[in-house]
Design a protein around this ligand. Structure first.
Ligand SMILES: N[C@@H](CCC(=O)N[C@@H](CS)C(=O)NCC(=O)O)C(=O)O
Length: 218
């Protein structure tokens, strides 16, 4: 078996995990326990010196970064149509994908790991509180991607086929629920995320990662 995905439950590695599962290819999902600091072990740092998931290893070569991995999987499994093949449709899908990765994901990191942005506990509390409010607005934007796709007659965010944008939308909404944001307040987004969660390969990955979809507590 030549394909290995290093993942952590509920992390951004969920996105390539779902693509691999949907592809039907043989692959080895390899758990990295971030809460136990396994990403800092010498053996893992030899694979990814940045100590993060996801990492995809194919033919002995490690690829990091969600977007790079997913674009690689898109080209490896063209029959899946994970992303539009060309032209403006591809550009618009990548625009949304990169925004999810460099803006929404990064904002959540300020909520989840504020200690990465300041050594001061008081400043960390400010960073977290500010980022939660920013995140609420980003979920509105994410919901607009859903309603725009639906208005266009698309079943999924980048067209007729399931792809990384859909799995990322689920992950980002779930992260919002972890941050104290009720996903039911975003009815179109929440209905869409439930649709994504019921897609069979996504269901299997959620079972493997033992994920609960909505972690919101009032
Ligand atoms: N820019 C990276 C971000 C990856 C990332 O944020 N990974 C998180 C999980 S979602 C991680 O491994 N965190 C471990 C840590 O920071 O200690 C990518 O797109 O892959």
């Amino acid at each position: 078996m030549s394909l290995t995905l290093y993942f952590a439950p509920g992390a951004c590695s969920f996105v390539p995990h779902c693509m691999l599962e949907a592809s039907g290819a043989a692959y080895e999902p390899t758990l990295v326990k971030l809460h136990k600091g396994e990403q800092y072990d010498a053996a893992y740092k030899a694979i990814n010196p940045r100590s993060q998931v996801p990492v995809l290893v194919d033919e002995g070569q490690a690829v990091t970064q969600v977007v790079a991995i997913c674009m690689y999987l898109d080209s490896k499994f063209p029959q899946m149509g994970f992303l539009p093949a060309a032209g403006l449709a591809r550009a618009k899908a990548l625009e949304a994908f990169v925004w999810m990765n460099n803006t929404v994901h990064t904002t959540f990191m300020h909520v989840f790991l504020p200690n990465k942005f300041s050594a001061s506990v008081d400043v960390q509390a400010d960073i977290k509180a500010f980022a939660v409010e920013t995140y609420r607005g980003l979920l509105v934007e994410l919901q607009t991607l859903v309603t725009d796709a639906q208005a266009h007659g698309d079943a999924w965010l980048s067209g007729a086929q399931f792809g990384p944008l859909d799995a990322y939308a689920l992950t980002l909404t779930r992260w919002g629920s972890m941050s104290g944001i009720n996903p039911e307040g975003y009815s179109a987004l929440w209905a869409f995320v439930q649709q994504v969660a019921s897609h069979p390969p996504v269901q299997r990955v959620m079972e493997r990662e033992r994920l609960q979809l909505n972690l919101f507590k009032a």
